[in-house]
Design a protein around this ligand. Structure first.
Ligand SMILES: CCCCCCCCCCCCCCCCCC(=O)N[C@@H](Cc1ccccc1)C(=O)O
Ligand code: ZN
Ligand code: ZN
Length: 510
């Protein structure tokens, strides 16, 4: 049936279209006008800052440099520098005598090289919290570094070394803050734990996991836990006006999947129509070409952008405040960069491939490893089903050697003590907006979910995109000022956590 329209009906339709457009624009303008104001805590009025004497300041830099000189490298799941891990034990004992000798501290070694401190508070009615960090580092060779990676040397106000960002500055920062607090006569009201794992870089099996077991046998429950995370990002999130602090409230899940193809071996002069290498390569190519679905807005990443809407330049501010309408555009824009893509979907990374031993031998087997990082809205089971459908070849044998679902989403509401105490301490010190976010990498904190629902990831340092590239990369370094500010952060956080009430917030522009 043909549909014919006279001039009059065209006019009516145009009128309806213009009226609908006007309504949409009006709603958008209204929502822009009423953008949720960012709620911030006290402006710079937290616990008093540490006032450091010049010799104390030098002492804290030396403490970090000494730690960087000990090569506590995790090479592979079965190879760690245990001599360095032994040395690190003795090192922290001599660098932080007040922490180790205080009658308020119960110290124990866990899993051979990890450290657990229980700092006794005066009020047992308050649940303890925990600060977590790790002392192992990824390998580094001097090539490409301006200063050798295990020299702890300094240049232009920056301390260089593997671990200066990830994660020895936090190990030393936390212990140094406590050392200074004890020196000033501090006695905590709320008990807390400090956990220093020795194998985070190879999954935390003997360090963080053993710490969890130890605490579980004592029925310990935590008010909140804080581990490493992205920190205060400066110029990293496209279109933002100023640095922004992101608190990781969840972590992506992960699957490490092995792919194996077996086929009859033989002489290369008479190759089969399809070889194990060819079949495997085709499967890998299908995986790379067919990305898993864009799920932007179905996990907490939607909250990150909605809460930060005012921080974006026009017109992104309007779009972020109205994701219900602009989601299709924003999700596609985000997928254009590797870091944005990591936020919107489960990512697929081809990381290892093996096959063949000699130029004139058709190999019997070809293998590959693919690493997936799961968006918070997906499960291991769903992803494995999708992957099988994409590969669609029964000759490719799949075996998941490691797999875990995305971590639970920790609370970030106005009533949550841990989140709000962190937020307050961050705004006190950095005067920047704070928002919840998805952590796209994994940390030791993922082992602690049975001890508390409030697991957060945040590193107290301002990071540019260039700095982020130094983590696990070349010329990892931290500025003197950045390190000192980080210590101020722990100094304040420990004192702020003594409160028994959630910090009061007021609406304010920073
Ligand atoms: C007192 C001063 C404090 C200053 C702190 C400065 C810290 C800046 C840190 C910025 C680093 C961002 C966090 C990086 C975390 C990387 C975590 C990671 O790579 N995890 C691995 C874990 C893993 C998983 C499976 C097997 C082995 C390892 C990952 O692949 O996700
Ligand atoms: Zn780390
Ligand atoms: Zn690392």
């Amino acid at each position: 049936m043909a549909i014919s329209m006279g001039k009059g009906s065209v006019g009516v339709l145009t009128g309806v279209f213009i009226a609908s457009l006007a309504v949409v624009v009006a709603v958008l303008l209204l929502r822009t006008y009423n953008l949720p104001e960012l709620k911030v805590a006290w402006k710079g009025k937290g616990a008093p800052r540490i006032e450091l004497e010049e010799d104390e300041r030098e002492q804290l830099y030396e403490a970090l440099k000494g730690a960087l000189r000990i090569p506590t490298v995790s090479f592979s799941p079965s190879e760690q520098n245990t001599t360095a891990l032994e040395e690190f034990k003795e090192y922290i004992k001599s660098a932080f005598p007040r922490v180790f000798n205080s009658s308020l501290v119960e110290y124990e070694l866990v899993g051979g090289y990890s450290h657990l401190f229980n700092v006794q508070g005066s009020d047992n009615s308050l649940l303890p919290y925990m600060l977590l960090a790790h002392l192992d580092v990824v390998p580094a060779t001097p090539e490409g570094w301006d200063l050798p990676p295990f020299s702890g040397e300094e240049k232009d106000g920056y301390i260089y070394g593997r671990g200066s960002l990830d994660d020895k500055s936090r190990v030393i920062g936390i212990l140094q803050a406590l050392e200074f607090l004890f020196k000033k006569g501090y006695k905590p009201r709320r008990s807390f734990y400090i956990g220093l794992g020795h194998d985070e870089e190879i999954s935390g099996r003997h360090g963080a996991k053993e710490i969890v077991k130890t605490l579980e046998t004592r029925n310990v429950k935590l008010e909140y836990l804080l581990d490493e995370g992205f920190g205060v990002l400066d110029g990293v999130i496209y279109g933002t006006k100023r640095p922004i602090a992101l608190i990781g409230v969840t972590e992506k899940g992960a699957i490490t999947l092995n792919l194996t193809v077996n086929s009859p071996p033989g002489h290369s002069s008479m190759p089969p129509r399809e070889s194990s290498i060819g079949i495997l390569s085709a499967a890998l190519s299908r995986l790379e070409q067919n990305r898993l679905p864009n799920l932007f807005g179905t996990g907490p990443e939607g909250s990150t952008f909605e809460q930060l809407a005012n921080e974006f330049y026009w017109p992104l501010n309007i779009m972020m405040a109205n994701l219900w309408f602009f989601n299709p555009i924003i999700s596609r824009l985000m997928a254009l960069t590797p870091s944005g893509n990591a936020i919107v979907r489960t990512t697929t990374a081809l990381t290892i491939v093996n096959g063949g031993i000699k130029a004139n031998v058709i190999p019997a087997t070809a293998t590959a490893t693919v690493n997936f990082r799961l968006h918070p809205a997906q499960t291991v089971e769903e992803v494995l089903n999708m992957v099988s459908e994409i590969i669609m070849d029964e000759r490719v044998i799949l075996s998941a050697i490691k797999a875990f679902d995305p971590l639970p989403i920790s609370p970030y509401d106005e009533e949550n003590f841990g989140y709000q105490t962190l937020k307050r301490t961050i705004t006190d010190l950095f005067s920047v907006p704070v928002a919840p976010a998805v952590c796209t990498v994994n940390t030791d904190s993922r082992h602690f979910v049975n001890l508390t629902e409030s697991v957060y990831r945040f590193s107290p340092v301002v990071m540019t995109a260039e700095d982020l590239g130094r983590v696990h990369g070349l010329n990892e370094r931290i500025s003197r000022e950045g390190f000192e500010t980080g210590i101020q952060f722990y100094w304040q956080l420990i004192q702020n956590s003594d409160s028994d009430t959630v910090p009061v917030h007021r609406h304010s522009e920073l």
